[in-house]
Design a protein around this ligand. Structure first.
Ligand code: HEM
Length: 501
């Protein structure tokens, strides 16, 4: 790996030659040290500052650079210039992650996988910060910090806790759809190359006529879906804690570039009023029968980072990073994410994190943000630093104004649980698409994952499963050696989803 490198000579951080890198500068052979051993001081000081905060979630990840190419014309839906022409290529960077594990965690764990893409377009960076599942545990961002605490380490034992985890999940039935997916045969992808990606939220597209459409993003792996069983994952972790990193890195090194096809589902603004379901509810999918997948393009990952810390660890993705033609939706989970990511990154990487090469847009940047720790460029030199000014600087770009978005309603702590509480119909449809073998895997994975959680929590989950489908409740109950209740009547409808995942 390090063969044929030209020789290099050691210097201090300021370029002065280092005379001796083996022996400290001391008064006599037995010491003590002399304060003027500046190279020792510099080495020790630097070591103390090498660690930066890890991401609060999605801390363990793998990344690579790649290329996106448009394969179908979707200009009737969006004016995003990187999607304007079939054949057009855009450079990108992707980072895939597990969620709950810390920076040194094993890869082959049962967990959601993050699926974050950064497109370096000529109109700025578009970050598509998704997961490998089309739904999420929550509908209201107020619960996100609690979710994070529940799945991470217990404050006393410093261990992950099945009790904390399942107590929280089972008290929030809106999490049931996501829990079912994580406990299913898709809960441990074999590698990052063998999973789909989803934007999960509803976003919006704006076209050249300034019309708005609601969209969902899908990225289908061209490698095919492959998963590990709990048993395979356990033996994988015993042999190799970095199985996802190794798989992705080595595939790219040998030229076997992984690819994903991008699709969208589209709904127009009027349909959102009449479609009969809540189109901005992150715990639900849109039926692919009613809203078929429309192909957009494909991307391949074809270059590993030369330095992991520089590009992968310091990469910063944010749903707020978007380009003309792609915008947000009223989904309150998405709205909260528009704050959370850039805020986390200013803390994790510093206020000038947008200048780190992997994060820097490949188009001109004229934000007029100045100064701050670690400013690396000319800091806009002598340009006037206020606006409005009489010198033609920092002009607004009103051509990119989006159409007005109609919203109304009284301010309150709106509780969806009171009037929109269909938690089970979609996981029911998913469960009914499963083969008998897949169902058994779901039951067994659930029972193992519930581990030493107390019986009343297990019972609460069995009850939720039964409300979804009596066969689901009975299966989990049997796997846990417990009782399933007899349901009075099933809640919600049973929608016909052409393909649930
Ligand atoms: C990472 C917050 C929901 C996908 C993060 C980070 C924060 C965060 C603070 C760390 C960012 C950093 O340090 O760079 C939240 C909040 C959420 C939420 C407050 C809900 C209210 C979601 C959802 C998805 C998602 C619904 C997927 C659909 C990701 C991914 C990363 C991430 C993929 C890792 C990005 C990377 O590779 O650097 N999240 N998140 N999150 N989140 Fe979320």
């Amino acid at each position: 790996m390090h063969g044929n490198l030209p020789q290099s000579q050691l210097t201090t951080a300021f370029g002065a030659p280092v005379v001796d890198n083996q022996n400290s500068y001391t008064a006599g052979p037995r010491g003590p040290l002399l304060m003027q051993d500046i190279w020792l001081l510099e080495k020790l000081a630097n070591l103390n500052r090498e660690v930066i905060p890890e991401r609060r979630m999605h801390a363990k990840g793998s990344g690579a650079f790649g290329t996106f190419r448009v394969t179908k014309d979707i200009t009737r839906y969006t004016r995003a210039s990187f999607l304007s022409e079939v054949g057009k290529e855009t450079g990108m960077f992707a980072r895939f992650t597990t969620v709950a594990g810390e920076r040194g965690a094993a890869d082959a764990e049962r967990d959601i996988r993050g699926f974050a893409l950064k497109f370096y377009t000529e109109e700025g960076n578009w970050d598509m910060v998704g997961n490998n599942t089309p739904v999420f545990f929550l509908r209201d961002p107020r619960k996100f910090p609690d979710l994070n605490k529940a799945v991470k380490r217990d404050p006393k034992t410093n261990m992950r806790s099945a009790t904390n985890n399942w107590d929280f999940w089972t008290l929030l039935p809106e999490a049931f759809h996501q829990v079912t997916i994580v406990m299913s045969d898709r809960g441990i992808p074999k590698s990052y190359r063998h999973m789909h990606g989803f934007g999960s939220h509803t976003y919006s597209f704006i076209n050249a006529e300034n019309e708005r459409f609601w969209v969902k993003f899908h990225f289908k792996t061209q490698q095919g879906i492959e998963n590990l069983t709990d048993e395979e994952a356990a033996s994988m972790v015993a042999q190799d804690r970095e199985s996802h990193q190794r798989d992705l890195f080595e595939a790219i090194e040998r030229g076997d570039y992984p690819k994903w096809t991008m699709y969208i589902q589209v709904m127009n603004e009027e349909e959102a009023e009449t479609c009969g379901f809540h189109p901005f509810d992150l715990t639900k999918v849109w039926s692919q029968k009613t809203y078929p997948l429309i192909e957009v393009g494909e991307f391949e990952l074809n270059r590993n980072a030369e330095n992991f810390f520089q590009d992968v660890e310091q990469s910063a993705f944010a749903p707020s990073s978007t380009v003309p033609g792609i915008a947000f939706s009223p989904d309150k989970m998405l709205q909260a994410r528009l704050f959370a990511y850039a805020d986390a990154q200013r803390y994790r990487l510093g206020v000038n994190y947008h200048q780190i090469p992997v994060n820097a847009p490949k188009c001109p940047v004229m934000s007029n943000h100045r100064d701050g720790y670690g400013r690396m460029d000319g800091n806009y030199g002598s340009l006037p630093h206020y606006q409005p000014n009489s010198f033609g600087q920092w002009l607004e770009q009103p051509d990119y104004r989006e159409p007005p978005l109609k919203i109304d309603g009284n301010a309150d702590f709106w509780n969806f649980r009171e009037d929109d509480d269909d938690y089970f119909s979609q996981p029911r449809a998913l469960f009914r698409l499963m083969s008998a073998d897949q169902r058994q895997v779901l039951f067994d994975n659930t029972a193992r994952a519930m581990g030493d959680a107390p019986d009343f929590i297990k019972q609460r989950h069995i009850d939720n499963c039964t409300r979804c489908d009596p066969a689901y409740g009975a299966g989990v109950a049997q796997a846990l050696d417990m009782e399933a209740p007899v349901p009075e009547k099933l809640e919600g409808t049973s929608p016909d989803l052409a393909e649930a995942l």
